[in-house]
Structures are given as C-alpha cells and as structure tokens.
Design a protein around this ligand. Structure first.
Ligand SMILES: *Cc1c(COP(=O)(O)O)cnc(C)c1O
Length: 351
C-alpha cells in the first residue's frame, strides 16, 4: 500500500494529559478534569430520558437525514427551515463534510492559534492550509485574514469565539468580513461556544447565513448541552450548500441515541440558558480571582480561560488543565470552567 504523501507529517489526535498519567506522581484519583472544555454536568434529564427510550429502537437505522432533530433545530433558530440544517457526528464531521465539497486543488485559510483540527482536517481531505496569526490581543485579525484570501482560497474557517483564546467578534464585523469575501469562497463560522457569549451584538449568525450563499454556521451539542460523548453537532447553511454537504455525508453517521438526546436537549431552551448563565458567572468569578492574584489571562467569552502559567500550578490541587504548548501557547494553560467545587480548586491552587 502506498499512502498519500500529504499524510506523512500528520499525527493522530493526541488527547490532553489524563488523570491516569499523573496518578503515579500523586497517588490519588481525585482529579478535576478541566482539559477539554466539556461540561462538568451530565445531559439534561429530558435528554437522558430520550436517549434511554431510543436504545430500545437500536435495531433500526436512525431517522433519514436526522429529520426530527433538524426540525427541532430550525424551530430554535427563527427563519431557517430543516433544509438549511446539516447534522454530523460532532460538528467535526460537519466541518469535514463542508471541506469535502470544495473544489480541488485549493487552500483553506484560518486564524492561528485556533482549533487544531482545522489543520489536520484540511490536509487529510487534500487541501492546503494557510494560517493567519492572531493580533497582539490574541483576537482574530480580520484585515490580515482578508488579505490572505487569494485565487486558490476555497474556504475561510472563523472560530468565533476562538478556541483557545476565548476572544470573539460581534456579528456586524463578521457580516462585513463575509460581505467583502468573494462569493466563490465558503465562510465557515465555527460557533461551538455560541451559548457562552453574553454580548447581544454577537448572536444571530443564522440570519447572516440566510442572507448569503456562502456562509455556514456550525454548532455543537458537545459543550453547553453536555453531550460530547454522544458525538453530535450541526451546521446552518444556505440551501445550495446543505444540498452538497449531504452528498458528501456518510449515511447514518449519527446514532439514533445521539439524535434523540440532541432533539430533547434542543427543546429545553430555558435549562440550557440557565446552564450557560451559570458558566458565565463562574467565568467572571475565576477571572476576578486571577485579577486579584495578578495571573495574566485573556478575557474569555467561552467556558474556558487561557492563562499565562504552566499546568503544574493547578495540579497541586488536583486540577488537570490543557497545557498551552499543544495549542500554540507554550508557557500558558487553558482551563475549562467546571462545577463550583472544581472552580474552587482552581482558585485554591493560586493561593
Ligand atoms: C469543542 C469544539 C468543537 C466541538 O467539536 P465536536 O466534534 O462537535 O465535539 C468544535 N469546534 C471547536 C473550536 C471546539 O472547541
């Protein structure tokens, strides 16, 4: 077998340092795992019940193109129809489906540091990447991003808010960036942390999607919905794009259980909003503590905070955080916001 040369310097995804790896050092299993921006709480009771019910139907393939879930998503985003919604095995798969429909050869432009998967996915599907540095405040530099778009550019991926920095762009800035982009270039807005942004000037990208032919917003059930283990995400796309994304899609890639849980969770708007509010309040509490102790951090609009110190500080109180080196921030750490008790342990590590 002769593998494609593009794969030569791609490594399989390497998960963060896990509890078992440092167990030996500490002799304890009591860790707060704050490495992957997961929710520290389980699924909502309604989502759990729907998943349990779906298990008894596991002998059947899931609904064709996830129809009931797509209806629930369109109901939650006024103006869009189920035909605008694409669903994937995590928003990661939605991203791959979108990259698959782009003309070859070609280039994908994205800010950097950002989500590492953009780089590997782009190369695995046979496109080339163009990384554009963040500005000195760790935010996306839209002018530089625009300047990087050339005749070979097929897509721009904008992680908004950006992982790992937690910075965001309000909708009017995204709108003018999208408006200045050639229509042949796809703009993918990765909004995995959508629910954690409090500024009302941020929300509403689905309206931009509907007014465009080349903008897609991608969201996930892995973060505020607490369903990361079920692997389910979705995209909101103009009809010309959703049509093609389904052509590239692996049939039935999202399990019947994941679809049922996601549909139920989508319907619980109030509980989800409450969870998001809890996380943003905890975020303010942690940032206030960082201010007090003089720990440098990037003010966040997500459920994680990038701080300028290594992971060892937090391991003192049994808190596992993501080491910044793997994210393009050597000497920094990315801390996911956890439960109140877990966040207390973050604060205890600082004193
Ligand atoms: C967590 C995260 C996702 C979620 O990916 P899934 O495949 O939906 O679990 C997507 N994009 C970014 C930037 C993330 O941080």
């Amino acid at each position: 077998m002769k593998p494609r040369v593009e794969l030569d310097d791609i490594r399989p995804y390497e998960p963060p340092r896990m509890a078992w790896e440092i167990e030996v050092d500490r002799g304890s299993k009591e860790y707060a795992k704050l490495t992957m921006n997961e929710l520290s709480f389980g699924p909502l009771p309604e989502a759990r019940a729907a998943a349990m019910e779906a298990i008894s139907r596991a002998n059947r393939y899931p609904a064709r193109d996830a129809d009931p879930l797509r209806k629930a998503i369109s109901a939650a985003n006024p103006g869009i129809t189920a035909a605008n919604v694409v669903v994937g095995n995590g928003s990661s798969e939605v991203l791959v489906d979108l990259l698959q429909i782009l003309d070859r050869p070609g280039e994908v432009v994205f800010p950097w540091p950002s989500f590492p998967f953009y780089s590997s996915a782009t190369r695995v599907v046979g496109l080339t990447e163009c990384q554009v540095a963040l500005d000195e405040r760790h935010a996306v530099d839209l002018d530089a991003l625009h300047a990087a778009v050339g005749p070979e550019t097929r897509a721009v991926i904008l992680c908004n808010p950006n992982n790992p920095t937690g910075t965001y762009l309000p909708l009017d800035r995204v709108r003018s960036f999208a408006g200045a982009l050639p229509e042949r270039v796809l703009l993918i807005l990765d909004e995995a942390y959508y629910e954690f942004v409090e500024d009302p000037a941020y929300a509403g990208s689905h309206e931009l999607v509907l007014q465009s032919t080349n903008v897609v917003s991608s969201r996930t059930f892995s973060k505020v919905h607490g369903l990361a283990g079920f692997r389910i995400g979705f995209g909101i796309a103009p009809l010309g794009i959703s049509d093609y994304a389904w052509r590239a899609h692996v049939p039935f890639s999202v399990s019947i259980v994941a679809q049922a849980a996601a549909e139920a969770s989508m319907g619980q708007t109030r509980s989800i909003t409450e969870r998001a509010r809890f996380m943003t309040q905890e975020r303010e509490r942690l940032q206030a503590a960082f201010d007090e102790t003089g720990l440098e951090y990037v003010p966040s609009h997500t459920n994680f905070i990038l701080v300028r110190t290594g992971p060892a500080v937090f391991e003192r109180t049994g808190v596992l955080v993501r080491e910044g080196e793997a994210l393009g921030y050597p000497g920094w750490s990315r801390i996911s916001i956890g439960s109140a008790q877990e966040n207390d342990r973050i604060m205890a590590a600082l004193t």
